[in-house]
Design a protein around this ligand. Structure first.
Ligand SMILES: Cc1ncc(COP(=O)(O)O)c(C=O)c1O
Length: 420
């Protein structure tokens, strides 16, 4: 008699394996509060309501809780309703979508912009569409590029060359290895959020010009924070006009939701006409588009928040260094504490939350490579100096006084728990 495949067994075993390897994903359910950000409430293991400081949100400037952004979203929801009711092609393009695209194009000093429901979708759709439609297009992709970039490049089966992270010598060698006539696209990020590194965009653009390649930069962790008007690293490095395609998000520093690309009119019109992930999905809620415009206007006008973000990040990074905690050297607003073992990382994160009321989600595979688990700590523009000192002191205690400096010890504890 044939043995029937057990789907249930498949899921059970796969989940068990994830748990054994410390790679199972636990989400903290938070009761996010606009008025008290970064502090929030949650229900702890003893079913009691507890308070914690959020130290891993991408709401870098707390724009999701900005009074004017909230007011705009509320006003437009009242006026037009919640959902857009259609794809961009079929009844889903409103004045708010068009105004937001114009705002984004101007911000990035580009002719046009195109909205997507996330930067993830913008990456997948744009890269796949370019790969499928430009015959023989070769991708040159930084090895640390985000999952959405990898997914986009994989989806179109074009030839790809992966260059070592931020390594221009390697990139140039790879560019030289293909015919000069071949169409090429260099894809990279401006701020790598899991490595806290920043790309040298002018140098990449110079190589692109030398070898007749297009450039595509993911500015998801740059927009809203860097540059005179907060348009990102390309603005900071004074190279905006020379980058061909910019990808950004409305969901992080801008505090709303959605993603986009910006570039030359014809290229944007082409993706608008051909990109499956743009065409076949309901457009962003109009109120979200309107709120994003307000948020960008605030960011452009007020650089105080941006300054505060960097002052806070620097203070925190200095306090960790003073306390002897290894962090990845960085010029960015992101603080990475490498841990290694996913299990150890989860343990530290649990202790931070349960004993100190500090929420730092452990970062594990596949977000980072296996055995490269880390704490990715975000100190927003709204964390107070007292909170920053408290967070640094608490980590210090875990590292030194609580005896957890020996990371091996974490593994030993966990292995014996798992074995027992
Ligand atoms: C580098 C990078 N690109 C793209 C994305 C996707 O952005 P979104 O959340 O808008 O989909 C992320 C999100 O985490 C990211 O880190």
């Amino acid at each position: 008699l044939a043995t029937l495949y057990s789907y249930n067994q498949f899921f059970k075993s796969a989940l068990q394996l994830l748990k054994q390897n410390g790679l199972y994903r636990y989400f903290l359910t938070s009761n996010k509060l606009a008025n008290t950000f970064p502090t929030f409430k949650y229900t702890n293991n003893n079913s009691q309501v507890a308070e914690a400081i959020n130290c891993c949100s991408n709401d870098y400037l707390a724009q999701s809780a900005h009074k004017k952004v909230i007011a705009k979203a509320a006003q437009i929801i009242e006026l037009v309703g919640v959902g857009s009711g259609g794809t961009r092609n079929i009844a889903g393009t409103t004045i708010y979508h068009k105004q937001l695209e114009e705002t984004l194009a101007n911000w990035h000093k580009k002719q046009a912009a195109l909205l997507f429901n996330s930067a993830y979708m913008a990456n997948v759709t744009t890269l796949q569409t370019l790969g499928k439609e430009i015959k023989g297009l070769i991708f040159f992709s930084d090895e640390k590029n985000h999952a959405s970039i990898i997914e986009g490049i994989r989806g179109c089966k074009n030839e790809k060359k992966i260059f070592n992270h931020n390594n221009l010598t390697h990139l140039e060698a790879l560019l030289q290895s293909v015919a000069i006539e071949a169409p090429k696209l260099i894809v990279f990020e401006s701020v790598y959020s899991m490595d806290a590194t920043i790309a040298n965009i002018p140098a990449i653009v110079a190589l692109a010009k030398k070898y007749n390649a297009l450039t595509y930069v993911d500015e998801v962790h740059g927009v809203g924070m860097y540059g005179k008007n907060g348009a990102g690293i390309a603005e900071l490095q004074n190279i905006q006009a020379d980058v061909d395609i910019v990808n950004g998000t409305l969901s992080k520093a801008i505090g709303c939701f959605g993603g986009y690309i910006a570039g030359a009119t014809d290229m944007i019109d082409f993706i608008r006409s051909k990109g499956s992930g743009f065409i076949f999905t309901t457009s962003l809620p109009p109120a979200i588009a309107a709120a994003a415009i307000t948020s960008i206007q605030i960011i452009e006008k007020e650089n105080l928040l941006r300054k505060q973000l960097f002052t806070n990040a620097k203070l925190f990074q200095q306090l960790l260094e003073d306390g002897g905690i290894d962090i990845v050297p960085t010029q960015s607003h992101i603080t990475i504490v490498p841990i290694g073992s996913a299990t150890a990382c989860k343990q530290i994160s649990d202790i931070l939350l349960q004993h100190y009321g500090i929420y730092v989600q452990p970062i594990q595979y596949p977000t980072v490579p296996l055995h490269h688990a880390c704490l990715r700590i975000i100190i927003s523009a709204k964390h107070t100096p007292q909170q920053i000192k408290y967070i640094a002191n608490s980590l210090n205690k875990i590292w030194h006084e609580d005896g957890y400096i020996n990371r091996q010890k974490f593994q030993t504890i966990t292995t014996s728990v798992a074995a027992g």
